[in-house]
Design a protein around this ligand. Structure first.
Ligand SMILES: [Fe+2]
Ligand SMILES: [Fe+2]
Length: 291
């Protein structure tokens, strides 16, 4: 991590949250609007995805998904092929965009590149961070691919979206191994020792490790925890995290403003951008990967 501290000038996270600030023509507090409105088709879609997620993502479920996906025997493809496949995916948990995911990938990467021109690994991280969503093309429902993640195996964090209503039918809530503050964990055991709900963050992190990526540790943190909003935005789970996780959070927050606030109708010219990003793929994650 030390190397990375020298490379990035971190912004004050409070700067990210000023409600009057405008990103891409949209005030900050208009992003991540999870209010309930049954007449709004996007809001209903988002709420329904979370209801399914919060009902079915249990300790057992996550263990099963890890066994299934961490064999890396589903596909063989390059990073570019995987990105192109994302053209066909619209994230049903996202209230801020209904553009194909590859557009979001380039929007995120290009804004990072504008702000951090010398950190080529960071540009590539922006481009690939959602590639774990490929699971949706292999019969996984979106509620175990997309959306915010949370810790399984202990009390659900208070800041999780739809926290009060959405978990009512999750069997772990009635299981006294899991329904206490610490559940199956030790105090400050660290995020490395905690299981999150299954989704695209952990999957891509594991795919990259499995295939021997040369991306730095900060990139891997950003990828692994970018959807863990209850932790990095909500302040939950401090009783489980350790000093190392506080360092990780800096990188995740630096990444997240690009992930969130670049969602807009401005479509980048993807064809002209490919040669630059292909050179980064060649540098950090070349060849055919096992997925
Ligand atoms: Fe994501
Ligand atoms: Fe994203």
């Amino acid at each position: 991590m030390a190397l990375l501290e020298q490379q990035i000038n971190l912004v004050d996270p409070s700067q990210l949250l000023r409600p009057e600030e405008i990103y891409n023509g949209k005030p900050v507090n208009a992003f991540r609007d999870y209010s309930i409105d049954d007449d709004d088709p996007i809001k209903s879609r988002v709420q329904n995805t979370y209801k399914l997620m919060h009902t079915h993502q249990t300790v057992n479920f996550v263990n099963e998904k890890m066994q299934k996906w961490l064999k890396f025997d589903h596909a063989k493809s390059t990073i570019k092929e995987a990105l192109l496949k994302l053209n066909d995916l619209i994230d049903e948990s996202d209230p801020d965009t209904d553009l194909p995911n590859i557009v979001h990938a380039f929007q995120t990467a290009e804004k990072i590149r504008a702000d951090h021109p010398n950190l080529d690994w960071f540009h590539l991280t922006g481009l690939i961070h959602d590639l774990g969503k490929l699971m949706a093309f292999y019969n996984e429902p979106q509620w175990c691919v997309v959306g915010d993640t949370f810790v399984v195996g202990c009390d659900w964090g208070p800041s999780i979206v739809y926290r009060e209503t959405s978990f009512k039918d999750n069997p772990d809530g009635a299981d006294n191994r899991y329904n206490t503050k610490y559940g199956m964990y030790k105090p400050h055991c660290g995020l490395d020792n905690v299981n999150l709900s299954w989704g695209h963050d952990e999957y891509l992190y594991r795919v990259l490790k499995h295939n021997g990526t040369k991306l730095p540790e900060a990139a891997l943190c950003m990828i692994r925890y970018h959807s863990f909003y209850p932790w990095h935005a909500g302040g939950d789970y401090k009783h489980l995290t350790n000093k190392m996780d506080e360092e990780k959070m800096k990188w995740v927050l630096e990444f997240n403003k690009y992930d969130l606030y670049t969602k807009s109708e401005d479509i980048p010219n993807i064809e002209t951008l490919w040669p630059y990003y292909e050179s980064l793929i060649e540098k950090y994650m070349p060849g055919v990967l096992e997925w």
